[in-house]
Design a protein around this ligand. Structure first.
Ligand code: GSH
Length: 286
């Protein structure tokens, strides 16, 4: 089966699970369009997919939901870009362990963060402090893994990075939320990974540089222009894209991570380069 030319992703743009799919699509150089899901009305989504969550993908006449399922489909079918999973048994097991972590290991920070941002949980300083303590504790294993190598599974980017990093995006720098305009983001910016998470922040930025919602240049020049136009992009607050690019090039650990400018899959040579820097003018606000 080849990749259909018409791919539509139903998404809630700021959601980490939707970020994973955009990153996967861009790494694999698969063109796609997004359809914004109304968070308050999931009827059409349920009718089409039999379930209410995003991301949900229509690719030609095939339907698929669940971000990790979509990543697997991409890796099995797209011809370009780095290999996200692996032919190596042990590497696959390692990726799947990180996958379990992505699904369950960050809940103590993520649930209160999204709960407060969506108005489901009262916003209190104490609850935010508790969630931030959890963010710090629960990312210790990531910081440790990144002491040994620039990516979770070694010298190359893999599905492990794509599955885990987006869940940390909103807590990895208050400037991410501060650059966007809804009250939702005023709450998101109060969350933080806390001290001694420099490698983790740097790695999140390197993975997120592949998300065209964060970095329109990630989808290639033409798409970046289109995305910027569609979003009626306002002039950027210059610093953010520059920072993404700078962090992307910054070594997580002296020599080894001199490489991550190129995104590569675990234990396999990769063709994908780190995406271009977001142009100032391509910066969009939502
Ligand atoms: N296992 C699914 C989870 C999808 C999921 O939870 N999506 C969220 C957005 S990140 C959603 O649609 N939530 C509905 C809601 O919170 O009302 C995946 O990885 O795609």
């Amino acid at each position: 089966m080849s990749i259909p030319t018409k791919i539509r992703i139903h998404e809630l743009a700021p959601s980490p699970n939707c970020m994973k799919v955009r990153i996967g699509m861009n790494l694999k150089k698969v063109p796609f369009k997004t359809i914004a899901q109304d968070p308050m009305d999931r009827k059409a989504l349920v009718k089409a997919f039999g379930q209410p969550l995003t991301p949900a993908m229509q690719a030609g006449d095939m339907k698929l939901f669940d971000s990790h399922a979509i990543l697997r489909w991409l890796d099995a079918n797209a011809k370009k870009g780095p290999k996200l999973f692996s032919a190596d048994y042990e590497t696959m097991k390692g990726i799947e362990e990180w996958e379990v972590f992505a699904r369950t290991g960050l809940r103590r920070g993520a649930r209160p963060m999204f709960g407060m941002a969506f108005g489901r949980i009262p916003v209190t300083d104490a609850a935010i402090a508790e969630a931030n303590a959890a963010w710090n504790e629960d990312t210790a294993s990531i910081e440790k893994a990144l002491e040994a190598s620039p990516w979770l599974m070694g010298e190359r980017i893999s599905a492990a990075d794509v599955m885990v990093a987006p869940g940390l995006y909103w807590a990895s720098g208050p400037e991410h939320a501060a650059a966007r305009e809804l009250p939702f983001y005023d709450i998101m910016r109060r969350f933080d990974l806390g001290p001694n998470r420099e490698r983790t922040r740097d790695w999140v930025a390197r993975v997120m540089a592949w998300d065209c919602w964060v970095n329109p240049a990630a989808a290639g020049k033409k798409s970046a222009k289109k995305a910027a136009k569609a979003a009626k992009a306002k002039p950027a607050k210059a610093k953010k894209p520059a920072k993404v690019a700078k962090q992307a090039a910054k070594p997580a650990k002296a020599k080894k991570s001199a490489k991550p400018a190129k995104a590569k899959p675990a234990k396999k040579p990769a063709k994908a380069k780190q995406p271009a820097k977001a142009k100032k003018s391509a910066k969009k606000k939502r």
